[in-house]
Design a protein. Structure first.
Length: 531
């Protein structure tokens, strides 16, 4: 602690600027969408870590990470500020190796390239550990409607992050060159050409996305209705009394059926309900089954129902499912959420932690993960079901598309985090996934935001939060896979490995250079050394 305090006293300006860089990164993300600030934040951290030791770089990375994640994850205050602070510190810890790597590789040629690779590596690690990772706050998710976005069709979210980080680092390099020339009083058009070239290269990286074709042509279409039933109250206790939310969705679907019969609305070919639309297990609770069946029969087409279902063999566990409900045959195929949210849908080390954190009792039952992707035939459409936070995980969405999904459905329940900015952050991920996989994405939420996203990432229509609403659309169905679907996680691992090898080289290179000198010294005889 004394050493840390001494370091802070010695270099407090850099520490303060690193914290400001983290704060600058926050409004780059929804709901603010000031995406150029992501370039500013990357450039700032590159400049601050340059010329420092790996240890100091790691400290500056952590200092930048804490305010960034505190601001980005402020929606967790609904659960408690202690949860927000705890998760922010855990996530910021991944910025320690990022900062250390930036400091080390800044001594290498082409250091902006290695800096961009290190950003990809940080996101790779943070998106996988602990407990399956937490990919929130990736640079790509701040750039879901920007010149960088089309790159997702080639290499997914990791390639978008790489391009953003490379652009920011190149801007930092150009700024350093201009500053050095200014201090040397050599700033003239000819001497400034290298710096201007760096800035031009940064602009070129930013513009290359315009050259990437984004597939949008539909093989065919399906008419879809999206039902947002709404909840009676926001927050952690949104479920309220049993059947309350289910009745909201039944009521909205019955109104849709009345509009169809009256000719006010064209009959859809399928209907989508959100996650947790039924908080009671329709297989075990006759009242829930009857209510759902009544609504489905009234509208007369298959409905994808979001429901909490008791695990059939594991007592005390529950499954988060999307169930295809047919108006004639009732419930059929289903998808079970593969990635339950730790501490939200299950509690790791429950026996030990529950004695210390009594709030964990509000998660009374652990969710059991599914074992297969969410490809479901819903009426005439083969859809890929992705439930809530799963949209943030590259592999889950990619596997669904590669296994035949012609459009994607994100069933979500954001009632806990309504009007906090979290629904906007999640919707932005749907926009990126649309471009990445060349698929239309329907986000259907219990209380909002429900939306229809076209394959080019544009939002066709959306609802307001905490309203009951029904959207209808002709949803494009596509079969062509993107390059990103075919190459999978290879770009992410390749870029991350390149960054790691560059970092390792900074430690190995000096020793390799010293070895030939030592060998020449040994080969020289005593007399030769005396001379």
């Amino acid at each position: 602690m004394r050493r840390l305090a001494a370091a802070l006293r010695h270099d407090w300006p850099a520490t303060l600027l690193a914290a400001l860089a983290g704060l600058v990164l926050v409004p780059a993300f929804p709901p603010y969408d000031l995406w150029p600030l992501s370039l500013v934040a990357v450039a700032a951290l590159s400049l601050l870590t340059r010329g420092r030791s790996a240890r100091r770089g790691g400290w500056l990375g952590f200092v930048a990470g804490v305010p960034f994640f505190l601001g980005l994850l402020a929606w967790l205050r609904v659960i408690g500020w202690d949860a927000t602070i705890g998760l922010a510190i855990i996530q910021a810890a991944f910025f320690i190796p990022l900062g250390a790597g930036l400091a080390a590789t800044a001594r290498l040629r082409a250091w902006p390239l290695w800096a961009a690779c290190l950003w990809v590596g940080e996101e790779l690690l943070r998106g996988r550990v602990p407990f399956g990772g937490f990919p929130w706050g990736r640079l790509a998710f701040a750039n879901t409607d920007t010149p960088f976005t089309p790159l997702a069709a080639l290499g997914g979210a990791p390639l978008v992050t790489f391009a953003v980080a490379l652009t920011g680092a190149l801007l930092a390099w150009a700024g350093l060159r201009l500053w050095a020339l200014h201090r040397a009083r050599l700033l003239a058009p000819r001497t400034a050409l290298p710096a201007l070239g760096g800035a031009g290269l940064a602009l070129a990286v930013g513009a290359v996305g315009y050259a990437v074709p984004v597939g949008t042509a539909a093989a065919d279409t399906v008419r879809v209705a999206i039902v947002q039933g709404n909840v009676q109250q926001a927050g952690m206790d949104f479920l309220g009394r049993p059947m309350m939310i289910l009745n909201n969705h039944v009521e909205a679907t019955l109104e849709l059926a009345d509009d169809v019969e009256a000719g006010r609305v064209e009959r859809p070919e399928l209907v989508l309900w959100p996650e947790n639309a039924s908080d009671l297990d329709p297989y075990r609770r006759p009242e829930a089954y009857a209510a759902i069946d009544r609504a489905v029969r009234a509208v007369g087409v298959p409905v994808l129902i979001g429901a909490l279902v008791d695990h059939p063999t594991r007592e005390g566990y529950v499954e988060n499912q999307g169930i295809v409900w047919d108006p004639e045959t009732g419930p059929g195929d289903s998808y079970t959420k593969q990635h339950p949210v730790p501490f939200g849908e299950y509690v790791p080390f429950r026996d030990q932690l529950s004695k210390v954190i009594t709030r964990l009792d509000r998660v009374p039952r652990d969710f059991w993960p599914g074992e297969h992707s969410g490809v479901l035939d819903v009426g005439p459409a083969r859809l890929g079901d992705v439930i809530c936070f799963e949209v943030a995980y590259d592999g889950i969405v990619r596997d669904t598309v590669n296994e035949g999904a012609r459009a994607l459905v994100v069933q979500t329940n954001n009632a806990t985090y309504g009007e906090t900015g979290q629904p906007e952050q999640q919707l932005a991920m749907s926009q990126l996934r649309a471009v990445e996989h060349g698929r239309a994405v329907v986000t259907v939420a219990t209380s909002g935001i429900s939306a229809v996203v076209r394959p080019d990432g544009s939002i066709e229509q959306r609802t307001e939060e905490f309203t009951q609403d029904v959207l209808t659309t002709e949803l494009p169905l596509r079969d062509q896979r993107t390059v990103a679907d075919r190459v999978g996680a290879a770009p992410e691992w390749s870029l991350a490995l390149a960054g790691l090898l560059a970092w390792l080289w900074t430690g190995a290179a000096p020793r390799l250079r010293r070895r030939p000198a030592a060998e020449r010294s040994r080969e020289a005889g005593p007399a030769e050394r005396e001379e």
